[in-house]
Each structure stands twice: as structure tokens, then as C-alpha cells.
Design a protein around this ligand. Structure first.
Ligand code: SF4
Ligand code: SF4
Length: 340
């Protein structure tokens, strides 16, 4: 069914989402890379460990969605075999790639096993994308999108919005149409890993923040999403700002999301990934609750600003009126809107 207005995609109780970082190594050095090896290690999981951990998180009574991530997941020589294992277990499987599709990835797996292949592009041309993701990356990524579409893969594109590229977001629509890509995910930049360092340098030097201000976001992103839908795209973007009447829900309490790292840390909230606040650790292929102070203890806290971890870890994103009241509550970073 077509929706002319964007709708909020509520958290689904009967679903489980597993975001599985099978390695942290990458062939690129994106400016805003969120990987933090000091927190997540530099291990590459063996094929056997991947299989054990997939079993650990598979829940037959729930729709289980799996995203293979890195680093760059196609750098892993056993990615194609692990996709097959996951699919046979019953997962819906997505791979998020930087577009390099290493290890002959398109021929090593096939569209029957892979539900979605997602490419990261942060600009509609090399002039915008490559200063963020690296010289020559746009061309390789776009070439591989074309190959994947031609082979029958279901392809989506992820665009991480920051002040570097928000003014070019609307130009993604003709590009995606030309590439015959139907699914477009707009992301908000998270201040983790390299982007946290960049943000702190920008603050020290009084330079422009990476994070987009509330009004600019509200003036730009929903409108581009609407234009994308009118042009035939299915667009998903983060809610970010809650309206007065809208209910605040923390995915840590209302949904089941697991962000797994190769050093065995398992988070439920992506905002916490730069800290040892993980809810669980995988030890000897078993899920063990983290006995120290952790994110799960924060989830029930109710504050006027909405998301408690946002308030603690990136307070500069919240704007207040003269009486000290937040202009909007910040929604859970996992809450999305969609239009198509
Ligand atoms: S953001 Fe992704 S593609 Fe870019 S350097 Fe980090 S892991 Fe690699
Ligand atoms: S982003 Fe905020 S609301 Fe969402 S899971 Fe984390 S703490 Fe909860």
C-alpha cells in the first residue's frame, strides 16, 4: 500500500534484530567511522564462532532479522558460508557493505540467500562522497551497485546525514532511480568512534559540528523523504524529534536488538558502543549478563529530554527554550519513520 505521509514504524514485540559485527577490519578509512577498536577489539571471528553465535541469538518463535556488519563484512573470507548458515537457521539476512564487495562476493553468494544487500554512500557524486569515504570510493561503490542490481540482488542504499552532506541529500533521488535502487535508508550521524573525535576537535576549534541542528533536520529530511517516495522510493529515516503528543519508548525496553562485537560484547543500545556499558558478554559461546554498571540500568530512567543515553553521551544535540524546557524530546535512535 502506498503512503503519501510518513508514518512512524513502531517497535515490534515479536521480532528480534541481530546486528553482527564479524570483524572490525576495513579497507576504507571513512572520516566518521563509528568502529572503535579500543572498545571492540580487532579480532576476525572464525566461521565456527560465527555459527555458534548465530545459534545463540536465533529465536524460532520470533521473526529474526540479521545484519552482517564490520568493519567491512565482505573482507571476511567466510561471509558467504555464514550467510548460508544463517539463512538455513531461519534468519532474514542483510549485509551492509561499503561497496567494495571483496572476495568476489556477488558470485560467492546469491539473491536467494541474501534478503538485502545494503551499500553505504554519503553523497550523490564523488565530490560529496569521496571527501567523507575516501578517494575513488564513489565510482567503485556505484559500479558494484549496478552489478548487484543486474544480478537480481535486492539492493538498498544507506546515507549517513551530517553537516558535510545534508545539502546534497535531495540529489540522491535521481541517482537511486538511475541505479534502479528502490530502498533508501537515511541515517543520522552518531558521535562514536572517529566521529566523536572529529566532533570534539570541531568544538575545540569552534568549527561547524558534524551533527545537524534540529530545524535544519526538520526542514530537510522529511521533505526529501517525501520527494523520494513520490519518485518511487521506499524511504526510511530516523524520527529523532518527538512531537508533544507522541509517546517516548526506549528500544532497550520495548524491542529486542542485539549489537554483537567480535570481542564478545553485546549491546542493546548503539549509543553506548564507545563504552563498556554492554548488557551481555559472550563467554565460551554463552550469553552472560554484565555484572558492572551497564546500559540496561539506564533504560528505565525517565527524563524530560527523552532518550537518557543521548542526554548523557551527546547532550549538545538537545535544544532548550528560555525556561529550560527541551524544544523536543529526543526519540530512541532506533525509532524510524518510513514513506513510500
Ligand atoms: S564506516 Fe564502515 S566502511 Fe567506513 S571505515 Fe568504518 S567500517 Fe569501514
Ligand atoms: S537510544 Fe536511548 S531510547 Fe534508544 S535504546 Fe538507547 S537509551 Fe534507549
Amino acid at each position: 500500500m502506498k503512503h503519501s505521509e510518513a508514518r512512524t514504524v513502531g517497535f515490534k514485540a515479536g521480532e528480534r534484530n541481530v546486528f553482527f559485527h564479524i570483524l572490525t577490519a576495513c579497507n576504507l578509512r571513512c572520516k566518521h567511522c563509528y568502529i572503535n577498536t579500543a572498545q571492540h577489539g580487532s579480532a576476525t571471528l572464525s566461521k565456527e564462532t560465527i555459527e555458534h553465535w548465530l545459534k545463540l541469538f536465533y529465536e524460532p518463535s520470533k521473526k529474526s532479522n540479521l545484519v552482517f556488519l564490520g568493519g567491512e563484512p565482505t573482507l571476511h573470507p567466510d561471509l558467504a558460508a555464514s550467510i548460508k548458515t544463517a539463512k538455513e537457521m531461519g534468519y532474514s539476512v542483510t549485509v551492509d557493505s561499503n561497496g567494495y564487495l571483496l572476495n568476489d562476493f556477488l558470485n560467492a553468494t546469491n539473491p536467494d540467500l541474501l534478503d538485502y544487500l545494503s551499500f553505504s554512500l554519503d553523497g550523490p557524486d564523488p565530490e560529496v562522497n569521496d571527501p567523507i569515504r575516501g578517494q575513488g570510493v564513489f565510482e567503485i561503490c556505484v559500479d558494484n551497485i549496478k552489478k548487484a542490481v543486474a544480478l537480481g540482488y535486492r539492493v538498498s542504499v544507506i546515507y549517513t546525514v551530517s553537516n558535510y552532506n545534508i545539502d546534497h541529500l535531495h540529489r540522491m533521488i535521481p541517482l537511486l532511480n538511475e541505479l534502479k535502487v528502490k530502498r533508501f535508508f537515511i541515517q543520522v550521524i552518531g558521535l562514536r568512534g572517529e566521529s566523536a573525535k572529529l566532533e570534539s576537535e570541531a568544538n575545540d576549534q569552534n568549527e561547524e559540528s558534524l551533527q545537524v541542528e534540529r530545524q535544519k533536520w526538520l526542514d530537510t529530511v522529511p521533505e526529501v523523504a517525501k520527494q523520494g517516495a513520490a519518485a518511487g522510493l521506499h524511504v526510511t529515516y530516523p524520527k529523532v524529534f518527538l512531537e508533544e503528543h507522541e509517546l517516548f519508548e526506549c528500544a532497550g525496553e520495548a524491542a529486542e536488538n542485539y549489537f554483537i562485537f567480535p570481542n564478545g560484547r553485546v549491546y542493546q543500545c548503539p549509543l553506548c558502543e564507545d563504552y563498556a556499558l554492554h548488557t551481555y558478554t559472550i563467554e565460551n559461546d554463552e550469553l552472560v549478563a554484565n555484572p558492572d554498571v551497564n546500559e540496561k540500568m539506564m533504560f528505565p530512567l525517565k527524563i524530560a529530554e527523552g532518550c537518557v543515553m543521548n542526554k548523557l553521551l551527546q547532550p549538545d544535540t538537545i535544544e532548550y527554550d528560555d525556561s529550560g524546557k527541551p524544544l523536543s524530546r529526543i526519540s530512541c535512535c532506533l525509532l524510524k519513520k518510513e514513506i513510500y
